[in-house]
Design a protein around this ligand. Structure first.
Ligand code: DGL
Length: 266
């Protein structure tokens, strides 16, 4: 069991930010990553569709012997975490990306925080509800920033186009006076520096990658599942081939990666 991989999924490259943080914190673990590029972006899809995709992908990751399944996508965490927990109870350990961030926030004393994410994540109200339960005095401003995922997936990252889009969204009046900003989409850490710059590096910009990796370490440790065998093998699957996925994956994981197309939708 210990040698089995950690299953991770997202709609595309976003979950690679989480996968990358896991490799830094848990270098002895093997990963099996699934990017559902055929259905990207999830942020525009209905909650029902995302639940259906997430269920099938979780099955795929379990068929490939994942010892844990990490939902490295906020849109799927907001729409499908509860239904996946019911469906796969007793079959695997499931971890989402929203609860760990909300728990981290409850250890900080922010008066006003912002959350940016896809239309699906923001319209679900999940962050706001969960934060309010733990920190009722915190004001939470939620803002959908739907152009950011297609922009990143198309490779517009450090140029005039990306700067103009990021600036237009983040100078929104409602965000003035925030002390922290949650990057409520796992794609956004790729542009974290440009986002921090808009706020003159004066606020805490919180991304889930590191926070979730620490929780994963705790969970593996508690269940005696940490891989101490020294055998590590990472695998990457996508549901539709995109050169950009490969490029970004190589950037994160330096060099050759084992990337395959998995036809789980046909
Ligand atoms: N990276 C995902 C998220 O955290 C999905 C974004 C999308 O596909 O729209 O929400």
């Amino acid at each position: 069991m210990k040698e089995q991989p950690i299953g991770i999924f997202d709609s595309g490259v976003g979950g690679l930010t989480v996968a990358h943080a896991i490799k830094q914190i848990l270098p002895g673990e093997s990963l099996i990553y699934f990017g559902d590029t055929a259905h990207l972006p999830y942020g525009d899809k209905s909650a029902e569709s995302i639940r259906y995709y997430s269920q099938r992908i979780t099955e795929f990751l379990l068929e490939h012997n994942s010892k844990v399944v990490l939902i490295a996508c906020n849109s799927a965490s907001a729409s499908a975490f509860d239904s996946l927990k019911k469906e796969f109870e007793g079959k695997t350990i499931l971890i989402d990306v929203i609860n760990p961030v909300v728990n981290y926030l409850s250890t900080r004393n922010f008066n006003k925080i912002g959350v940016i994410g896809t239309k699906r994540t923001i319209s679900s109200g999940t962050y706001e509800q969960k934060i309010k339960q733990k920190s009722p005095l915190t004001t939470v401003i939620s803002l959908a920033t739907p152009l950011l995922v297609p922009m990143i997936e198309e490779g517009f990252i450090f140029d005039d186009i990306s700067n103009a889009i990021i600036r237009t969204y983040l100078t929104n009046e409602s965000l003035s006076g925030i002390q922290a900003l949650i990057l409520g989409c796992t794609h956004y850490p790729i542009i974290k520096n440009q986002i921090s710059k808009i706020f003159n590096f004066n606020i805490e910009v919180i991304d889930s990658a590191r926070i979730v990796s620490m929780i994963l370490r705790e969970v593996l440790d508690k269940n005696n599942l940490l891989n101490d065998t020294g055998n590590v093998k990472d695998q990457f699957f996508i549901s539709d081939y995109t050169t950009y996925f490969e490029k970004i994956a190589r950037m994160f994981f330096e060099g050759e990666i084992n990337l395959k197309k998995a036809d789980i939708w046909s």
